[in-house]
Design a protein around this ligand. Structure first.
Ligand SMILES: [Zn+2]
Ligand SMILES: [Zn+2]
Length: 222
């Protein structure tokens, strides 16, 4: 555990090591960075423990297994649906919160490590198929979804992850720091600035004041 919390951050930004971690670093580097991020975002330690992220050997084995599956699937799909016309892309894990990407310039597929760790093979597969479909169809057009269905993808959205949920909470806290509540219905609202204290609760104004501003329902600072 101590090793996992080791000072990744102390490495200077421009060092090639750090860059290596960002772009394409090994599964274990990404796993450690993911775990560090969860701790930083104050995710419940029990939730983190449950994922057994400290078990490097297990995860290295499991994650490299997924990549091997992805290459096999790419070869099969390329042969069956594209007449073998594409070369193998780079397929690796990335630090996105969920889902993945296809980078055409680098001919590279990235699949969220956080999503794979939290949701397992089924979601890894969905994202992999989605990104393979992007090799042939750049945008999310009807033709894209048609192709995706043909190669076995469901087209469902990438799932929520603890990482994404925590990032959203942090975003809201940072960008909407003013918390106010209605003295009548007690509902809480978040706003960007303290100007919110001049507003009144809309549902209450509608319900009890014919939709007009009524100071009885003026927000109170939390
Ligand atoms: Zn897409
Ligand atoms: Zn109200």
């Amino acid at each position: 555990m101590i090793r996992l919390l080791a000072p990744l951050r102390k490495v200077k930004k421009k060092s090639p090591l750090r860059r290596g971690v960002r772009r394409g670093g090994s599964e274990i580097d990404l796993l450690h960075a993911y775990r560090k991020k969860l701790v930083e975002l104050k995710i419940d330690p029990l939730q983190i423990e449950r994922l057994d992220l400290g078990n490097d050997f297990y995860w290295l084995f499991r994650l490299s297994g997924f990549i091997a599956i992805a290459f096999g699937e790419f070869d099969r799909i390329n042969e069956k649906h594209f007449a073998g016309k594409y070369s193998r892309p780079v397929i690796r894990f990335c630090n996105r919160s969920t889902g993945g990407f296809y980078n055409k310039t680098r001919h590279e597929i990235g699949i969220s490590l956080a999503m794979t760790v939290e949701h397992g093979e089924a979601e890894f597969r969905e994202t992999m198929l989605h990104e393979i479909a992007h090799i042939a169809q750049h945008s999310h057009s009807a033709a894209f979804y048609e192709l995706l269905a043909k190669i076995g993808g469901s087209g469902r959205k990438a799932p929520m992850t603890m990482l994404l949920a925590a990032k959203r909470v942090r975003y809201v806290e940072r960008n909407y720091p003013v918390i106010v509540h209605c003295p009548n219905c007690k509902r809480e609202h978040r706003y960007k600035t303290r100007r919110a204290l001049r507003y009144a609760c809309r549902p209450c104004c509608v319900k009890y004041a014919g939709g007009k501003y009524d100071s009885r329902f003026k927000f109170i600072a939390q």
